[in-house]
Design a protein around this ligand. Structure first.
Ligand SMILES: NC(=O)C1=CN([C@@H]2O[C@H](COP(=O)(O)OP(=O)(O)OC[C@H]3O[C@@H](n4cnc5c(N)ncnc54)[C@H](O)[C@@H]3O)[C@@H](O)[C@H]2O)[C@@H](O)CC1
Ligand SMILES: [K+]
Length: 503
């Protein structure tokens, strides 16, 4: 499934109209009829339906929905919230179609009037504003949205809750709080931003006949799902040996944080890595080896010194490195040596990200791929922004950072946004609130380390890793666990169940 900005959606519509030869009027008819059909499946015909229509094409969808719902036997009234001259083009065409067969059109000019009119209805269908919204919401629409939000009736939004922009990063002003949104064709960015997804209520997409090629040409974002995982997941070679399944290195684990590297190493092995070496301080080795006997060890005198020739020679055999889990924030030369002296794919997580911030220039010179896996707080630190700013703009901030520093960004959250250095993005929305617990990030790093070693293409490697991590948590919560008791170690053990669904 593709995710779009407003500009991309307009391009996609234009492509369908120009290249596909499907007139705008027909697309609008398809949109309205599809939404109406979904409504029919959910609401009895004795529910009184009010459609609030604005002046753009979203309002045009509203007139089409009115016509189809009336045809299905509902009592429908359209409340037109703008002056007649504002309704143009395809929307005017469909308004006329509605008027050809119905006289149920009421002009409403202020919010008090709207409130009085709507009290008699069971459901309000919000076709006030679509993806064409811009700037602060103007009166009287602003107060009208407020009135609708305060009415104790069901609210269904068409395409997007009115007042909400499609793109991330825009300050949200006044928005319909929908119970349900029928999104036309492709979800917009704001459906996957923590601050704004809430306005959509439950949502589903309706198809209106736009060819897939339009998306391939004009969209740069996908929501990852099982279909994509199956298409991109590497097959395990029958004749594989441990060396051909990837030799990974996990570096980290201060004295106070040995658990982080145990989790990462175990997760990497459970995900299918052939060999995992843990490089850490002497005191941690007995702790780590008792919990992860399959790993091998490389002794580091501390986590701050430069790497010795002996270290570098040992690491030459490695296919990829994950660094930072439990490494602490003390000044350290370790990361700069890994960047400068080894050409290995490098995944940097947790405290490693604090060490990476002053090394962004050298990272740009690193020949092998670099992956960073920040949560919102770490991303805010890296970009000198605030956490609310990162939450509001997860797509644009990740993209700017990935393009500028030529690295892969896995911005972790309810909706994890994965970005390639060329700006292509994937959203992984698997997982649940059980993952909001210490250690789950270390598990993800371990899984990603293995995925990086085993895939040819890195963006799908990272997306598949996030999928495995989230799905493991989902299956565990559906069966043996709850979001409350789920532990990071459970997520590692749950991986086998996810792998079984992929074969
Ligand atoms: N071919 C197409 O383009 C299709 C478009 N569709 C619908 O069309 C919508 C987009 O249509 P439009 O581009 O006409 O945009 P809108 O329907 O969002 O309407 C934009 C209009 O809203 C008003 N407006 C914008 N910002 C405002 C603000 N801050 N305060 C108050 N009023 C404001 C302006 O008068 C502007 O002309 C989509 O969301 C979707 O519902 C669907 O019918 C499918 C086909
Ligand atoms: K709307």
């Amino acid at each position: 499934m593709y995710i779009v900005t407003a500009e991309e959606m307009y391009e996609i519509d234009r492509y369908a109209i120009k290249k596909g030869g499907i007139e705008g009027k027909i697309l609008m008819d398809n949109a309205g009829s599809q939404v109406a059909q979904r409504i029919v499946q959910t609401y009895d015909t004795n529910r009184k339906m009010a459609i609030v229509a604005g002046g753009g094409n979203n309002g045009g969808d509203g007139f089409v929905i009115a016509r189809y719902l009336a045809e299905y036997g509902y009592e429908v009234t359209v409340f037109q919230l703008v002056a007649d001259h504002k309704i143009k083009g395809d929307a005017a065409f469909h308004k006329q179609c509605w008027l050809n067969t119905s006289d149920k059109l009421t002009h409403v000019t202020d919010s008090h009037q709207l409130k009085q009119r709507l009290v008699d209805f069971d459901v309000v269908i919000d076709a006030i504003l679509g993806i064409g919204v811009s700037g602060a919401i103007r009166e009287p629409i602003r107060s009208m949205i407020d009135v609708i939000n305060h009415l104790p009736i069901e609210k269904i939004s068409v395409d997007i809750p009115s007042g909400l922009p499609a793109n991330d990063g825009i300050h949200v002003d006044q928005v319909i709080q929908a119970n349900k949104t029928y999104i036309i064709e492709a979800p917009k960015e704001t459906a996957f931003c923590e601050d704004t997804s809430i306005y959509y209520g439950e949502w589903e997409t309706v198809k209106i006949g736009i060819p897939q090629t339009a998306y391939v040409k004009h969209s740069s974002k996908k929501r990852w799902c099982k279909k994509y995982v199956r298409a991109t997941f590497p097959k395990r070679d029958k004749y594989a040996h441990k060396g051909s399944n990837g030799r990974g290195l996990v570096i980290g684990g201060q004295l106070t944080m040995p658990g982080a590297i145990v989790l990462a190493a175990r997760a990497a092995l459970r995900s299918g890595a052939g060999l995992i070496t843990v490089a850490t301080v002497k005191e941690n080795i007995p702790i780590v080896s008792s919990s992860c006997i399959e790993a091998t060890y490389h002794l580091l005198p501390n986590l701050t010194n430069r790497l010795t020739d002996r270290d570098l020679e040992a690491f030459e055999k490695i296919d990829a490195i994950a660094v930072g889990m439990g490494i602490g924030r003390e000044d350290s030369q370790l990361l700069s040596d890994l960047i400068e002296k080894l050409d290995k794919p490098l995944l940097i997580d947790a405290d490693g990200l604090y060490h990476a911030k002053p090394l962004l220039e050298p990272l740009l010179q690193h020949k092998a791929p670099v992956v960073i896996t920040p949560h919102y707080g770490e991303m805010a630190m890296l970009t000198d922004k605030t956490v609310p700013e990162v939450k509001r703009s997860p797509f644009s901030i990740s993209r700017q950072f990935a393009e500028k520093h030529q690295l892969y960004v896995v911005l972790k959250g309810k909706y994890t946004v994965i970005t390639a250095p060329d700006g292509e993005q994937i959203v992984s929305d698997q997982g649940n609130a059980g993952l909001a617990k210490g250690g789950t990030g270390d598990v993800l790093s371990g899984i990603l380390l293995t995925m990086v070693m085993q895939h040819k293409e890195l963006l799908s490697a990272l997306a598949n890793g996030c999928y495995l991590h989230g799905k493991s948590a989902d299956y565990l919560v559906e069966e043996d666990h709850t979001e409350r008791d789920l532990l990071a170690t459970d997520v590692i053990e749950g991986l086998s169940q996810v792998f079984r669904t992929l074969s």
